[in-house]
Design a binder for this molecule. Structure first.
Ligand code: PAF
Length: 281
């Protein structure tokens, strides 16, 4: 597996492969890899000839500097996992390589109303930072296809909006959430959970599963109220939102008959903020 620190080295590697007609897939990550990321590599292998994984902890998408500072960076472990998964190349630039004029460089695009809903209410400017770095990664790799996890449901929507904004010819693939045996969605942040937090964190997948299992029995409002009640009297868990929404607009769904419904949740468990979702239809 090749490791690239600069865009120039990465482009020099990809150019002859492209000339041979090879298709390139990009799997963008911030590292601290788990089996969810590896599933993206595996799915990419079915769609492209050359798989590039990027590892870059992007400063512009963190609203809380403490969160950026404590973001896990187990780089040796990440490289070993990618190598074992058969990834062809890893792009690991430093901050100057991606932001030569400083991380405060100008970036603002219209991502639509959904930017300001759900995560957008709790992490101001987050999706501007995400789309800013993903556009830079797309420019560096020029992939045919890019893989993203469904766990960051709103992120995928924002990236698709960014793609339309710039009219980029890249296929975005949304990959299913990979869960631990007990239902917890895999996340790089799970390593921050204490033993008690880890148990409490199951409330996210349990409340979502409740909605899925009982969708035919209640109205949308009743389902949301019942799902939210899972979080009452649970010490150390603070619910930010639980919503059943239109998967295209993220607006709260009023009727069960509406198409593309998804249940989305965010909660702080101990000091770790977790998100999860399940597609209803
Ligand atoms: O999902 C992530 O890990 C990040 O938001 C991404 C897409 C790699 C951009 O930094």
């Amino acid at each position: 597996m090749e490791v690239f620190k600069t865009k120039e080295a990465l482009r020099a590697y990809l150019k002859p492969l492209r000339a041979l007609g090879k298709k390139v897939a990009l799997v963008p990550t911030m590292g601290a890899l788990h089996n969810g990321h590896i599933s993206l590599i595996k799915l990419a292998q079915g769609r492209a000839d050359v798989i590039i994984c990027s590892i870059f902890v992007n400063p512009t998408q963190f609203t809380d500097p403490k969160d950026l500072e404590k973001y896990p960076r187990p780089i040796e472990h990440d490289l070993a996992m990618l190598d074992a998964a058969g990834c062809n190349g890893v792009f690991m630039p430093d901050v100057n390589e991606m932001y030569p004029s400083g991380a405060d460089e100008d970036w603002h695009i219209d991502l639509g109303k959904a930017e300001f809903l759900l995560e957008g209410q709790f992490r101001k400017g987050h999706y501007q930072g995400v789309t800013q770095i993903v556009k830079k990664l797309f420019d560096a790799v020029e992939p045919d296809v890019a893989m993203f996890g469904q766990k960051d449901f709103q992120q995928v929507l924002m990236i698709k909006n960014m793609l339309s904004h710039f009219n980029l010819p890249i296929t975005i693939v949304t990959c299913p959430i990979i869960r631990e045996d007990d239902g917890l969605a895999m996340s790089s942040r799970n390593i921050h959970l204490s033993k008690t937090d880890r148990k409490n964190a199951l409330v996210l997948s349990k409340s979502l599963q409740f909605v899925l299992d009982n969708f035919d029995n209640y109205t949308v409002e009743e389902l949301e109220t019942k799902a939210k009640s899972f979080y009452k009297n649970l010490d150390g868990v603070e619910l930010d939102y639980f919503t059943i929404a239109n998967g295209n607009t993220l607006e709260n769904a009023k009727y069960k008959e509406a198409p593309n419904l998804v249940a989305l949740v965010a909660a702080k468990v101990g000091s770790t903020r977790l998100i999860d979702n399940m597609i209803i239809k």
